[in-house]
Design a protein around this ligand. Structure first.
Ligand SMILES: *Cc1c(COP(=O)(O)O)cnc(C)c1O
Length: 370
């Protein structure tokens, strides 16, 4: 006999549907457009899509590495039972390095100090650690400065417990400044030649999403896409090649008709000018729906149509003007972003970028994998 739960389980107010086959599709696009092996970037909980699930899904494809931001993310991938090689995208702290060596995760080096420390730790356990050199061709965030690297290489090569198998760099403006980016590609090729040529490095990589979509790979044989795997192209002209992965949804919790001259939400920045049917929807900035869209013409999608958001976004609820169009009812599903309202569109209205919208979706939002 079924036992009745003591309290009814309430359905989630806000959830994110994640389409795994669209993710796989976008990975294929990345592979074909870039013409290289792929390192899916899964930092920040796979851009809010759920690190473990996304890593498990992509690990069954032919991928070279997972790119993560820190050792905590690397651990979570291993704890999820995924054994794909892991690449650490940023600098490491000295306290983290023993674990990195023991686990054979792959760091990118920005300094001789780091390199010497990894060399000592690898020697202690009698191993040779595979490492990549990061070269700063213009990002200004990490790596050896391009013009310094050839002199440093000689010293790096004396570190016998390091196997330098890669050379990586990063593009800060591939979606904004073509000329500068082409200069970075040229700089990368020059450094590569000065270090002994492409044959010297098993892995050569420069491009994230925008770089791989918009530029020739040159001597590179690996790309590091993040955003495009999640269905958004930083270069709008390539958007139609990709499929939507995440749809952020909520439900109408309440419908009321307000008279003309009635304020809506905090600050009363919106006041009705006519009798208005207002749908209250169970999602807010506490779920990561950006408060900054308030007053900027954001829309949501209900029953096959767009409706305008009115008043300020509150922590748990938003209000939608449903006076016109199909009859909206309590309980109706609402698409906040997804196939009909793009993340990129929402990001513009929130004066931010798609990356920040994705990574801002909070833990309260249940991720549902399709
Ligand atoms: C985050 C990151 C990427 C992925 O960038 P997208 O623009 O999301 O494709 C690639 N490389 C490095 C070094 C990064 O930090």
């Amino acid at each position: 006999m079924a036992v009745k739960p003591p309290v009814a389980v309430s359905p989630p107010r806000a959830w994110a549907e994640i389409n795994s086959s669209a993710l796989r599709y976008n990975l294929r696009v990345a592979r074909e457009a870039g013409g290289c092996a792929v390192m899916p970037v899964v930092k920040a909980g796979a851009y809010g899509h759920g690190l473990e699930e996304i890593a498990r899904t992509l690990a069954t494809e032919d991928i070279a590495f997972f790119g993560v931001a820190n050792v905590g993310e690397a651990r979570r991938i291993r704890n999820a039972g995924v054994n794909t090689r892991i690449y650490l995208l940023g600098a490491t702290w000295s306290e983290e390095r023993e674990e990195i060596v023991a686990q054979d995760w792959t760091p990118c080096l920005s300094s001789l100090e780091e390199a010497r420390h990894f060399n000592v730790l690898a020697a202690e356990i009698g191993t040779r650690l595979k490492v990549h050199l990061a070269v700063d061709t213009g990002m200004g965030r990490g790596g050896f400065v391009a013009k310094d690297l050839p002199q440093i290489l000689a010293e790096l090569l004396t570190l016998e417990h390091l196997e330098i198998e890669g050379l990586g760099s990063h593009l800060p403006s591939a979606d904004e400044d073509r000329e500068f980016t082409l200069g970075q590609f040229a700089c990368y090729e020059k450094v590569l030649a000065e270090l002994g040529g492409a044959d010297r490095f098993r892995w050569r990589h420069l491009s994230s999403s925008a770089g791989l979509l918009g530029y020739e790979a040159g001597s590179c044989n690996l790309t590091r896409p993040g955003l495009l795997l999640y269905g958004v192209s930083p270069l709008p002209e390539h958007q139609s090649k990709l499929k939507t992965v995440m749809t952020l949804k909520s439900r109408v919790t309440l419908i009321r008709t307000l008279p003309a001259g009635h304020g809506v939400s905090y600050g009363r920045s919106f006041v009705t000018t006519r009798p208005t049917r207002v749908a209250t929807v169970g999602i807010g900035y506490g779920d990561g729906y950006p408060r900054h869209v308030s007053g900027n013409g954001a829309e949501v999608f209900i029953r096959g149509q767009r409706f305008p958001l009115i008043g300020r976004v509150t922590m748990d609820q938003v209000m939608i003007d449903v006076t016109e169009g199909p009859e909206v009812a309590e309980g109706d599903e609402v698409e906040m972003f997804g196939p009909n309202i793009s993340v990129a569109e929402l990001a513009v209205k929130a004066s931010t970028i798609s990356w920040e919208i994705f990574t801002g979706i909070t833990p309260r939002v249940m991720r549902v994998y399709l």
